[in-house]
Design a protein around this ligand. Sequence first.
Ligand code: RVP
Length: 502
Amino acid sequence: MAYIFDEPSRTFNEYLLVPGYSSKECRVDNVSLKTPVVKFRKGEESAIKMNIPLVSAIMQAVSGDRLAIALAKEGGISFIFGSQSIESQSEMVRKVKSHKAGFVTSDANIRPDQTLRELLDLKERTGHSTTAVTEDGTAEGKMVGLVTSRDYRISRMSLDEKVCNFMTPFEKLIYAEEGVTLSEANDILWDNKLNALPIIGKNQRLAYFVFRKDYDTHKAYPDELLDGHKRYMVGAGVNTRDYRERIPALVEAGADVLCIDSSEGFTEWQKMTLDFVREKYGDSVKIGAGNVVDKEGFNYLADAGADFVKVGIGGGSICITREQKGIGRGQASAVIEVAKARDDYFRRTGVYVPICSDGGIVYDYHMTLALAMGADFIMLGRYFSRFDESPTAKLTINGSYVKEYWGEGSNRARNWQRYDMGGDSKLSFEEGVDSYVPYAGPLSDNVRQSLQKVKSTMCNCGLLTIPDLQKNAKLTVVSATSIVEGGAHDVILRDTSGNSNR
Ligand code: RVP
C-alpha cells in the first residue's frame, strides 16, 4: 500500500511562535542574522556565510544584476536566473562582480603638458572640479598629479600656463593602494580632511577615486556581503541539461555559488550535475541542489555532494504545480522534516548541509517561522519582485503602482529545463502564472524593515542568533478560530483612507 503521512501538510500560516524569557540583553541591535550558505565539517566554518538569511529567487522577474547588487549591499545573495543564454547570464554575473560601490573611475583626466585653458574646458564639460593628471591623460594612466580649484587663480594666471606648473605633484599627494577597503579609504579621507582620495594600482596607475561627498551613501551598508577581493557576492542558477557549458562560463565570470534550479530535485539528473562539478572542480566550486520536501530527498542530495539543499515544491506564489500535477507539500511541513534530516545527517556524518526554504513567504513573520522551523536561509521571489531593483516593468493599474511577476514555469518564461524530467519530452502545460504584485519601493527600506521585525520577534523569544532560534524556539499550531483572533476583530474599523465623506 502507498505510504500515507500521519500529519496533514501544513503551511507557515498555521503556526505561531510562543515567546520565551527575554533578558535585558535581548535587544534588536544584539541580534545576529549571520548564517551559513554552504556545507562545512563539525568544528569548521562555512566557506560562504551571509549577513542576512535572504536570497533572491532564480527567476527572470526577480534576479538580475541590479537586484543582485542591491541585495549584496544588504548582506544577502541573489541567484541570477538561468533561463537565458549562457552569455547573458555570465554577463550579469560579471556586472555584479565588477561593481565597486564607492570606487569611481575618474572621468576628468588631463595630461601634464596641457594648459589651464584646456583644464577649464574639461571642467565645464564634466562639471567636476577634481581632475586627475595622468601621463597619457586617460583614466587608468600613470598618475603624476592632481588639480582642484584650489590650485589655480584664473585672474592671476595665463590661460596658457601648463598643468604641470600648478598641479599638486604625485609625490605630495595622499593616496591609497588598490585593495584598500571602502571604510579604510573613508577613514583616510576624514583623517586628512580630503575631498578626493586617489586609489593607485601597479606602476603608479590610477585605478579609482573615492570621494568624500559619497561617504553618506557608503556608510549606509554595514552588512554588505563581499568576497575576498572586496567584490559583491553573487550566485547563479544552472540546469541539468547544459551544465557542461553553463557552469564553466559562470565560474569564469566569477559566480560565488551556484544552484541547480529544478522544481523537483530528487533525481539522478541532479547527481550527474553534482558529479560533473566535483570531477572538474573538486570542492572549489560551491553548488546547491533541490528542490525536495522530505528526508529521503535531502539525504539523496546531501550524499550526492550538494553544498546546500533547497526545500519546497508548489508553495511559490505564482506556482500552480500542485493544481496541475498534484505533487508538493505544505512548506512548513517540508521545512520541519528536512531540517530534522539535516540535523540527523550532521550527527551521523559530522557534515552540516544548510537548507534553504524556497517560496511561500507571504508575511514578514513567515521568515522568522521558516528559520525557527530549521531553515538556514530563505529564498523569496514575490517579495523581491515588488522592489525598484527587480528587472520588470512598473505599471499603473486602477491608480495603483504594480510590478510584473511571472513564474519560471509560465508560458512567458518558458523555462522548461526547470520542469524537465529528462529524455526528449518537452512539457506541454504550464506550472506557473503571469501576474502583478503591488509595487513596494526600494529594496533596502523593505529588507531592513522586514528584518527589524524578525529581530524583534527573536528578542521576544529570548533568542539572539539563528542557530539559537532553530534549536530553542517554541512553535504552536494555530486553530482556524485562533487565526481570526489574531487579526483585528469585533471592532468597526475607522476609514483612514480619507474617503469617509463620500
Ligand atoms: P514566492 O517567493 O512565493 O513567489 O516563490 C518563489 C519560488 O517559486 C521560486 O524560488 C521557485 O522555487 C518557485 N517558482 C518559480 N517559478 C515557478 C513556477 O512557474 N511554478 N515556481
